[in-house]
Design a protein around this ligand. Structure first.
Ligand code: NAI
Ligand code: MG
Length: 348
C-alpha cells in the first residue's frame, strides 16, 4: 500500500469515475462464492463495472500459465479486484507457481489485511476484534527455493528494511482508522536476530516516530500463537512477517467462526485485491455448501480501505450480523451458498 516515500497511500482517491472491479474467480469454490460477493457489492455500487479475468490451476492447464499477462493488465486497469481461490499442487510442477503469490508480487500488493472479529451465534467467543497485518511480498515466501545438494533443499527468508517500513507505514494508517489500543509486533528475533531483528527494529522506528510508542508491544511468534488461543480479546493490531501472518491469521479466524468467515485484502502500489482467506476447498466444490461470507466480507475491505466508503462497508457488516443473529447458523447443507447470499442481499 504505501508508496516508496514510506507515506501510507494505497487507497484510491475518491473520484467521479465509476468504480471498476477485476473479478478473478479461480478454481474450486472460487467461482461459487465470488458471484455472490459481486452481487452484494453491485447492489451498493450500481455503477460498478466488472471485468472477468483468469488465474489458477485450471488456467495453467489450459494456457500453460497460472496468471496470464491479460489478468495483470486488467487488475492494473481496474485498480481493484476480487480473487476467489486457486488450487495449487503440493509438489513442484514445472512452470507452475502459485497464482496468488504471483499476483501479489507482480502487482506490488505489499501488505495483507486480515481482520478477525466475533459474529453473533457462530463465533466461539464474543469480544474478539483484531486485525492481522501481514507483509505480503517477501519473507519465506520470496520464491527463492533451490536444491543445495541431493537431499538438501534450501528456502531463503528475505527481509528488507524497505518492505518493513512500508508495512509499518500501513500499520500507522490502520491504527489511526481503528483507534488502536495496542499494536503487537510478532517476530522470532531471539532465533533469527538478523531477519527478525531487522523486521522488529524497522517497524518499531516507524511506529514510534508516528507517536505509537505507548501502545507498541512485541511477542515472539510461538508465544503469540498461545496467547491468540488463550486470550484473543487482548489483541488489537498485529503486525508480522509473511509466513507468521499466514499461519496466525488462519489460527485466529477460528474466533470469527472459521475459514468461511475469514476475509482479507492484498493492498499496495495503489491497487487492492480482496481475497477470502480460504482455498479452493475441493472437498465441497460443486456441492452448494461453500459459505460466501468470507468473499462478501472481503469486498467490505475494498469498500473501507480502497474506495474509502466506510458507511457502505458498515451496511454490509450490519447485514451479515443481522443474518447470523436471526438465522443462528451458517450451514444450510447444499443450499448454503444460495441461502446466505440471498440472506445478505435482502438485508441490504
Ligand atoms: P481450504 O481453505 O480450501 O479448505 C480447508 C477446509 O475448510 C476444507 O474442509 C474446506 O471444505 C473448508 N472450507 C474452506 N472454505 C470454506 C467455505 N467458504 N465454506 C465452507 N467450508 C470451507 O484449504 P486446503 O484444503 O488446505 O486447500 C485446498 C486447495 O486450496 C489447495 O490446492 C491449496 O493449495 C489451495 N489454497 C489456496 C488458497 C488461495 O487461493 N489463496 C489458500 C489456501 C489454500
Ligand atoms: Mg493461509
Amino acid at each position: 500500500m504505501p508508496p516508496a516515500t514510506g507515506a501510507a497511500a494505497g487507497h484510491a482517491e475518491p473520484s467521479a469515475a465509476p468504480p471498476r472491479l477485476c473479478v478473478i474467480a479461480g478454481d474450486g469454490i472460487g467461482p461459487e462464492v465470488v458471484p455472490v460477493a459481486v452481487e452484494v457489492l453491485a447492489k451498493l455500487l450500481p455503477a460498478l463495472q466488472v471485468t472477468e479475468a483468469e488465474a489458477g490451476w485450471d488456467c495453467f492447464q489450459r494456457h500453460g500459465c497460472a496468471v496470464p499477462a491479460a489478468t495483470l493488465a486488467s487488475m492494473g486497469a481496474c485498480g481493484a479486484g476480487l480473487f476467489g481461490a486457486v488450487s495449487s499442487p503440493s509438489r513442484s510442477v514445472a512452470g507452475y507457481r502459485s497464482a496468488i503469490l504471483t499476483l501479489r508480487q507482480s502487482l506490488g500488493l505489499n501488505v495483507n489485511l486480515r481482520p478477525v472479529r466475533s459474529w453473533p451465534c457462530v463465533s466461539p467467543q464474543a469480544g474478539v476484534d483484531m486485525l492481522i497485518l501481514r507483509e505480503n511480498s517477501e519473507g519465506l515466501y520470496s520464491g527463492r527455493e533451490h536444491w543445495e545438494s541431493d537431499g538438501v533443499a534450501i528456502a531463503e527468508r528475505v527481509i528488507s528494511r524497505q518492505a518493513c517500513e512500508r508495512l509499518a507505514a500501513c500499520a500507522v494508517q490502520i491504527a489511526a482508522a481503528r483507534n488502536s489500543r495496542r499494536i503487537t509486533l510478532v517476530h522470532k528475533a531471539n532465533v533469527l536476530p538478523l531477519t527478525c531483528g531487522l523486521f522488529r527494529d524497522s517497524c518499531r522506528a516507524v511506529l514510534e516516530a508516528a507517536g505509537y510508542a505507548a501502545v507498541l508491544d512485541e511477542r515472539l511468534v510461538d508465544v503469540a500463537a498461545l496467547q491468540l488461543v488463550q486470550s484473543p480479546q487482548a489483541f488489537d493490531l498485529i503486525v508480522t512477517s509473511n509466513l507468521f501472518g499466514d499461519i496466525l491469521s488462519d489460527l485466529a479466524c477460528h474466533w470469527s467462526g472459521g475459514l468461511g468467515l475469514a476475509p482479507s485484502l492484498n493492498w499496495g502500489s495503489g491497487l487492492a485485491l480482496a481475497e477470502p482467506v480460504h482455498g479452493s476447498a475441493p472437498d465441497i466444490a460443486g456441492s452448494g455448501r461453500a459459505n460466501p461470507l468470507a468473499a462478501i466480507l472481503s469486498v467490505v475491505l475494498l469498500l473501507r480501505y480502497h474506495w474509502q466508503q466506510p458507511l457502505l462497508a458498515e451496511r454490509i457488516e450490519q447485514a451479515v450480523s443481522d443474518f447470523l443473529e436471526q438465522e443462528g447458523r451458517i450451514d444450510f447443507g447444499c443450499e448454503t451458498t444460495r441461502v446466505i447470499g440471498q440472506g445478505i442481499l435482502t438485508r441490504l
